[in-house]
Design a protein around this ligand. Structure first.
Ligand code: GDP
Length: 192
């Protein structure tokens, strides 16, 4: 499975400003979960996360095209503890607006930190997605950082906290490439 081609389309502060797409996937997760690293691994280049990390764009919806397949929207990371309440509320509104109103959203990848485990915010996000019946897939990051002797235990803990079975969670490592090809294949499948 070759790297995904992700061509930057545009940034927006509101879902209404994005051009329509035929099929779209998105990714959510708290800041520092390993999202940029994962996106770079999927696309096998630095440019994508660079675009999303450009100052000012980290708090916007960043849309990319996967040529001939569909589109991808990078959502801002949640859970900046230091952000003022008013700012947090506006991000929440933007993210929820996108997730509720985006037509043709076929999958939300929910990243959880494999080392830290699902946080309260991650669990809230999952509950919220379930309540609105929005299709989602939990992806646990930083597989290589979990000691191999602890992996099986950690996998069952992460699944349990997400209220899922072990096999429902995809474990990835951007660092070692673990399951990156598998995730690329799933993304193509979700979009087609
Ligand atoms: P973001 O804030 O969600 O975009 O997170 P980053 O991609 O910037 O990653 C946060 C930190 O976790 C960085 O120090 C990364 O090097 C580290 N990290 C991300 N993915 C992995 C991984 O698969 N393995 C290891 N060992 N570290 C990772």
């Amino acid at each position: 499975m070759p790297p995904l081609r992700l061509d930057f389309v545009q940034s927006a502060s509101d879902v209404d400003q994005l051009p329509p797409s035929e099929a779209e996937i998105t990714v959510v997760g708290r800041s520092n979960v390993g999202k940029s690293s994962l996106l770079n691994a999927l696309a096998h280049r630095k440019k994508l996360a660079h675009v999303s990390n450009t100052p000012g764009r980290t708090r916007l919806l960043n849309m990319f095209e996967i040529p001939d397949v569909g589109s991808f929207v990078d959502l801002p990371g949640y859970g900046y503890a230091k952000a003022p309440a008013k700012m947090r509320a506006s991000w929440q509104q933007m993210i929820e607006g996108y997730l509720l109103e985006r037509d043709n959203l076929v999958m939300v990848m929910v990243l959880v930190d494999g080392v830290v485990g699902p946080t309260q915010l991650d669990v809230q996000m999952l509950d919220w997605l379930r309540a609105y019946e929005i299709p989602h897939q939990v992806v646990a990051t930083k597989h290589d950082k979990v000691k191999s002797s602890l992996r099986e235990k950690r996998k069952s803990e992460v699944a349990k906290k997400c209220d899922l079975e072990i096999g429902d969670v995809i474990w990835v490592s951007a660092e070692k490439g673990t399951n990156i090809e598998k995730l690329r294949g799933l993304i193509i499948r979700w979009l087609s």
